[in-house]
Design a protein around this ligand. Structure first.
Ligand code: SAH
Ligand code: SF4
Ligand code: F3S
Length: 485
């Protein structure tokens, strides 16, 4: 596999484009008598969130400001996801909604990037049905966005720039506009080699490639010195990390946990084949590594797992899950499950329910199988009728909702440390945050702890102790008992 490191010429090219765009938008801003704005709309997983922070960083580097409204902006970027059909449908619906604005404003730019652009059928659809889209580019070449943007503005006809090269771009080479002032997303590896038969990620994101540990440590130290409290190590299979000089995921985890300043180190997503007892032991003993393990099961049936090309069976999975439960008794285990994979029988589905109950997942992302063009599973016989899929999905949801509620219930009466994420979306005087085990908590501040000079925003990123008073299906209520910092 060839991993392409960003070369100096590319970066010089980008610098020239940034300079040209800065002048262009300055002049446009003067002409229009207002700030020029951008809006980046993100679909999909945290890797896309992380990519979007880079898109925002690059747009800000040419003088654009984030649009205060979601509807209108001078540059709109759709950073897409192809994992399931409904994610794609959502994009096409939203693209249609910017049509009239784009047509009436000849200076506006609409760009589409992300995983959907790696499926040629999507690109063909954009070319045919959405001719007002100015620019389509692939996720591997994200760092060259300013070059494409400049070219799209110069040429004023739809520019499509897609190629499947496996780039590895060090984060320090791209400006990043981080969305959270306390949490930093740090991709440590890109791509996937596993080719699960249902999944588009290996096609969309190329082969696995890992950043050098020294580059990661440099970035982490800088983040800690800027005051970030939480770091999230990201990868499509984060613990498949393997650097060119032989370092593995444990080395990254050890390094991240030893950097002074972080209160929490998280990682996503783990593949069951790569979770070693060493990782779980480190979660158990480290005061900063979060006690939450996301371990996608997909199915509890060995036959289905085999057809999915998942290289573990039910017993392997259970062994790992039980080891985690034993070593990290206060921790939380979450998972992903697909219902209705081709050929899934009622017995297969019952096996999934059994494993779900035995593992007592604290939370789960449950999905109905979505047929993805170009994957092996798309051409498998025995696609499951929708009514059966819906029925199984509902039954799984019922079991899992009950488990999630019980997990929240087990917290009631305890007091734990919370990292405050901000104001709750439902009530202005309630703050929201997460436990070390990633439980979502909404809580009040009693009058004696209230600081009248602080707004809810000022609490974002602070640590405090919260006593849990009441469990809800997807969260826990509580009250603050002490501020830690
Ligand atoms: N790399 C991770 C998962 C990344 S994709 C892992 O393998 O564990 C996130 C989740 O989307 C997957 O775990 C899977 O449950 C779901 N998913 C992927 N492709 C899907 C499809 N075609 N239909 C339904 N769900 C899918
Ligand atoms: Fe997709 Fe499987 Fe890779 Fe996860 S491991 S990203 S499910 S192919
Ligand atoms: Fe979607 Fe791409 Fe992530 S397909 S889930 S955005 S890697």
């Amino acid at each position: 596999m060839t991993v392409i490191k960003v070369n100096k010429e590319d970066l010089l090219l980008r610098d020239c484009a940034v300079e040209e765009l800065t002048e262009y938008y300055k002049a446009l801003s003067y002409k229009k008598g207002r700030d020029m704005t951008y809006s980046v709309r993100t679909y999909g997983c945290q890797l896309n969130e992380s990519d979007s922070e880079k898109l925002c960083g690059m747009l800000e580097s040419v003088g654009l400001k984030e649009s205060p409204s979601d509807e209108a902006a001078d540059v709109i970027v759709f950073n897409t996801c192809a994992i399931r059909e409904n994610a794609e449908d959502r994009l096409f619906g939203n693209l249609g909604m910017v049509k009239s604005d784009r047509i009436s404003d000849k200076d506006m730019i609409v760009a589409v990037c992300g995983c959907m652009t790696m499926m040629s059928s999507n690109v063909a659809k954009i070319q045919k049905s959405f001719p007002y889209v100015d620019l389509v580019f692939d996720p591997q070449h994200l760092h060259l966005f300013p070059v494409y943007l400049r070219d799209a503005i110069r040429n004023r006809k739809q520019l499509v720039n897609i190629s499947a090269e496996d780039y590895i771009v060090d984060d320090s080479l791209v400006p990043i506009s981080r969305k959270r002032k306390f949490r930093a997303l740090v991709p440590i590896m890109y791509g996937c080699n596993n080719f699960c038969t249902y999944c588009v990620v290996p096609y969309a994101r190329g082969r696995e490639r890992s950043r050098d540990l020294s580059e990661i440590v440099y970035e982490l130290e800088e983040l800690a010195s800027k005051g970030y409290k939480e770091v999230m190590l990201l990868g499509q299979n984060v613990n498949s990390y393997k650097s060119a000089d032989g370092k593995n995921f444990l080395h990254v985890l050890e390094a991240a946990a030893s950097i002074k300043g972080f209160s929490r180190v998280r990682f996503m997503s783990s593949h069951p084949k790569d979770i070693s007892s060493g990782i779980v032991d480190m979660m158990a003993s480290s005061p900063v590594i979060e006690t939450h393990l996301h371990l996608p099961l997909q199915s509890g049936s060995d036959a289905v797992l085999k057809r999915m090309n998942r290289p573990y069976n039910r017993d392997d999975f259970m062994k790992t899950a039980m080891y985690f439960r034993e070593k990290v008794p206060n921790g939380a285990l979450s998972t992903d499950i697909i219902v209705g994979f081709p050929g899934e029988t009622e017995e297969d589905f019952i096996r999934t329910l059994e494993v779900v109950k035995e593992c007592a997942f604290d939370s789960a992302f449950t999905f109905q199988y979505s047929k993805r063009p170009g994957t092996k599973a798309a051409s498998m016989e025995d696609q499951i009728p929708q009514d059966i899929v819906t029925d199984r999905f509902q039954r799984l949801l019922e079991v899992q909702n009950d488990l999630a509620y019980r997990s929240n219930l087990s917290k009631v009466g305890k007091t734990e440390q919370i990292l405050i994420e901000g104001q709750s979306s439902t009530a202005p005087d309630i703050l929201t945050g997460r436990t070390m085990s990633n439980h979502l908590v909404n809580f009040t501040i009693p009058d004696e702890l209230k600081d009248p000079s602080k707004t809810s925003d000022d609490y974002e990123g602070m640590l405090c102790e919260v006593e849990f008073t009441h469990a809800r299906p997807y969260s826990v209520d509580g009250k603050m008992v002490k501020i830690d910092d």
